[in-house]
Design a protein. Structure first.
Length: 86
């Protein structure tokens, strides 16, 4: 039995993804549909492992983006507050 929050979250993600689908380029749409087809053919365990790896990749990507922005904007993070370097 799935927890109601998990169901809510999955439904929200699906709806958000569908809203954004119209903003994709043709190439991105093709890539998305191809990926979705491959995932649907996976076993539950394979899909779970892929989901875990994708989440880790998103975290790393987020860290890289933040690092680039901090360097580019010359920002330093201190106790959750942003300070401009002098």
């Amino acid at each position: 039995m799935q927890h109601w929050l998990t169901v809510f979250t999955l439904n929200w993600v699906r709806e958000a993804a569908m809203d954004r689908t119209s903003e994709l380029t043709l190439e991105q749409e093709f890539s998305f549909r191809s990926f979705a087809d491959r995932v649907r053919q996976m076993s539950r365990e394979q899909a779970q492992e892929l989901s875990i790896l994708q989440y880790k990749h998103m975290i790393i990507q987020n860290m890289i983006y933040k690092g680039i922005l901090k360097k580019d904007w010359q920002i330093e993070q201190d106790f959750g507050l942003l300070k401009t370097k002098k």
